[in-house]
Design a protein around this ligand. Structure first.
Ligand SMILES: [Zn+2]
Length: 76
């Protein structure tokens, strides 16, 4: 399942802000886990961003689940 692809970059998702970005890109400071915007952010601040980003992802998943299956109406 894990075939290394030498050509063609896979879009990556930034751990801190959730932005999709290409990696590696020549002349771009982005790392494997962080887009070029978040690379410039101090590590401690980035940690907080990652925590918030995780929460947003969880909330998005929950929201999607709720939208797919509306909650059972409360029994009267
Ligand atoms: Zn980012």
């Amino acid at each position: 399942m894990s075939t290394p692809t030498l050509s063609g970059q896979r879009p990556r998702t930034c751990r801190a802000c959730g932005k999709k970005f290409e990696y590696p890109v020549k002349g771009n400071a982005a790392t494997r886990h962080h887009c070029e915007d978040c690379v410039a952010v101090p590590a401690e601040t980035r940690k907080i961003l990652e925590r918030l980003s995780n929460r947003v992802t969880q909330l998005e998943n929950q929201l999607r689940r709720l939208q797919e299956k509306p909650p059972v109406p409360p029994a009267a």
